[in-house]
Design a protein around this ligand. Sequence first.
Ligand SMILES: O=C(O)CCC(=O)C(=O)O
Length: 205
Amino acid sequence: MELAPGAVHLPRYLTPDRQRSLVDECRALVDGPVPAYVPVVRGGGRMHVRMLCLGRHWNGRLYAYEPTRADHDGLPAPPLPPAFRALAGEIAGAAGMALDADLCILNYYDADGRMGLHQDKDESAGSIAAGLPVVSVSLGDRARFLFGGLKRRDPVESVLLESGDAFVFGGPARLRYHGVSCIVPGTAPLELQMTGRFNLTFRQY
Ligand SMILES: O=C(O)CCC(=O)C(=O)O
């Protein structure tokens, strides 16, 4: 389903089995030796997600990528698991695009989780200029995903992202504003035995 040129929603792309094993991996990562944390961004606001970056760390105070978590605990960003890289390439291909992901931002949203409208523009100038896509995978509770235009004030479309959905935006859609206005608590598939929502966004720096 193409929402706009370069923006493709793949509902229920992941089978329940694949969702389950991905949720297990996400759980182990966010509570692992380099745990997820709540970033404080430029201006001092706390984000409304727990975040863990793999492959490269996104520093929320600087809006820039770096190898270690200089804005938090100085620990190195854990590596991007090869299976994550493969999954991102597979999904980009299903959307008619190509991606050799080298980083992933893994976010956990609890019932109050949300993310304001923003552009993903901290990847390299070459990656953005080439329109290399961001591949997003949703697991757990449903989320109301907002997808706007290239300017903050452009009209915004609201899309319900469900567990197992993928959403890919690249090419002319790469710099579209997007965000998450709310989570719908209690809507995760029962077999995942989870509350809240994981979202993974794969990118190529
Ligand atoms: O959680 C989502 O669906 C979107 C996440 C997002 O916008 C981001 O990580 O930049």
